[in-house]
Unconditional design. Structure first.
Length: 503
């Protein structure tokens, strides 16, 4: 996204022209947004979902979580362009551009440039902005780093800076590698309790639909694989519709021999599990929610493997039901009512891929386990260094009173009988309450004391990694220990995914 603006009325502010602005189409020779999907850092974020990466993701439409927000005493956002560039200007989408009140638009700020990230020169100073979006042309300047420093964050006494997009415009003298892959755009999630494929729906060209419209997968092209870099990450956006409950979602991949088409039963590797927020189609900016980026660097080589066809998938399904938000809208078509919500998925890199062992073996993927000792494997390996890492994605589910959803515990991981590590499943959901306008607020409170939780609506289930140690001449077995009494209450269980990443 490049914000192009036309001046219609100008006033003087600190030597710059601040304007009343109209959006116009970009000219064919428009400068490149050098900050797009580049590594970004900044002062402490207001919430884990509002980190600096959100200001360089090319989007302003993902709701309140699609911005960088900081209420630190010194508020700054810094972007590494990856290589020396000729910077000719900047464009900023403030709070109003993301659908928030214009009183939250940044009032005063400066933009600085640097060739080394240490010595900075101020290129732009603004003291009385009120506009939703602003552009700031400058004389071409060589730089690798750009920094936005916010001095007065809003038009009021509110102290939080809110930046939906920070663009650095110009031309680069080199290609730092990487890029963005739009895997799915608003792919629907149909009901998990149906027994037939969705009526009247045809997936987009090249997209496989599995399990009655609750899972979708498509093959990465060779050109897309070439955009995968060492710092690969996944970005999932939730688009609310009829189902306003918290549901389990998952991102996965399937690698098959060239020319082979996988099925829903083909072994897969789980990359990320996540939980949808409580929201619906009519919730304005909160109808869309972008999850925190997930680090997929450990899988980058496998996803870019030139010797296999790699399919990226997303799914989990929804539960549109009588009494949901769509029931109060009689004008809706049956096709709309059949969809709980939709997902968009992008893969993003900002560096090149270095040579590495490509092999990843899925040992368990998305299995509901109901015992407190889980065994995965044994599996053979081809790790040239005779070492690897075990990737584990696990959380407790079950909403009955006393269910594992309302608990936290210690999980231990052992590889071939030797303990590799442990961790607590406890989470604090407080920062995510704001993204669930339809949810029970009590879910998000006192999670570290009287109201323990295994996961949060609107949260990501983290992947955790444990070294295998020396596996020369050995098959690999993994044992997961769960520190909870069994049998679990009601339909409780631990959704578990285990993979072996060779190195």
């Amino acid at each position: 996204m490049t914000i192009q603006l036309k001046t219609t009325r100008a006033v003087v502010s600190s030597g710059l022209l601040i304007t009343s602005l109209l959006v116009i189409p970009p000219p064919a020779t428009a400068a490149t947004n050098l900050a797009l999907n580049r590594p970004a850092t900044g002062s402490a974020a207001c919430a884990s979902t509002e980190g600096p990466e959100k200001a360089v993701n090319g989007s302003t439409t993902g709701g309140n979580s699609d911005k960088w927000c900081s209420a630190a005493s010194t508020r700054y956002l810094q972007v590494d362009l990856g290589t020396s560039a000729s910077v000719t200007g900047f464009a900023i989408a403030h709070a109003g551009a993301g659908g928030e009140p214009v009183t939250y638009n940044t009032r005063a700020f400066s933009i600085q440039l640097s060739t080394d990230g240490t010595t900075w020169a101020t290129a732009v100073t603004v003291t009385d902005n009120t506009a939703n979006t602003t552009t700031h042309p400058i004389t071409a300047t060589s730089a690798r780093y750009a920094k936005l420093v916010v001095t007065t964050p809003t038009q009021s006494t509110d102290q939080a800076a809110r930046i939906y997009e920070f663009e650095v415009l110009g031309t680069s003298s080199g290609d730092p590698g990487g890029g963005s892959i739009a895997v799915f755009d608003h792919i629907p999630q149909f009901g998990i309790y149906t027994s037939e494929d969705p009526a009247g729906y045809t997936p987009p060209a090249g997209v496989l639909m599995w399990n009655r419209g609750t899972e979708f997968a498509r093959k990465l092209t060779d050109a897309e694989k070439a955009l995968i870099g060492d710092d690969l990450r996944a970005r999932v956006t939730y688009h609310a519709q009829c189902d306003n409950y918290d549901r389990i979602g998952t991102v996965f991949y399937v690698a098959v021999p060239k020319g082979t088409t996988p099925t829903a039963a083909t072994p897969r590797v789980t990359l990320q599990d996540f939980i949808t927020p409580f929201s619906n189609y009519w919730r304005g900016t909160k109808a869309n929610y972008t999850f925190p980026d997930t680090d997929l660097g450990p899988y980058a080589g496998a996803l870019a493997d030139p010797e296999k066809d790699v399919y990226l998938g997303i799914g989990g399904g929804s539960n549109p039901y009588r009494g949901d938000p769509c029931d109060s809208h009689g004008e809706l078509t049956p096709e709309f009512r059949a969809i709980g919500f939709k997902y968009s998925l992008s893969l993003i890199s900002s560096s090149r891929l270095t040579a590495r062992d490509h092999d990843v073996t899925g040992m368990i993927s998305g299995v509901r386990e109901t015992t407190n000792s889980i065994t995965a494997g044994p599996v053979r390996h081809t790790a040239t260094g005779n070492r690897g890492d075990i990737a584990l994605v696990i959380a407790g589910y079950g909403s009955a009173a006393g269910g594992e959803e309302y608990s936290s515990t210690t999980v231990t991981v052992s590889v071939n009988g030797t303990r590799a590590g442990s961790f607590s499943t406890a989470v604090d959901c407080a920062s995510l309450e704001q993204y669930s306008p339809d949810g029970n607020p009590g879910i998000f409170r006192n999670n570290t004391t009287s109201n323990p939780r295994s996961w949060c609506p609107g949260g990501v289930i983290p992947s955790r990694y444990f070294p295998t140690g020396d596996i020369a001449g050995k098959d690999v077995s993994v044992t997961i220990g769960i520190g909870r009494q069994v049998p679990y209450v009601g339909d409780s269980g631990y959704r578990t995914s285990v993979s072996l990443l060779e190195r």
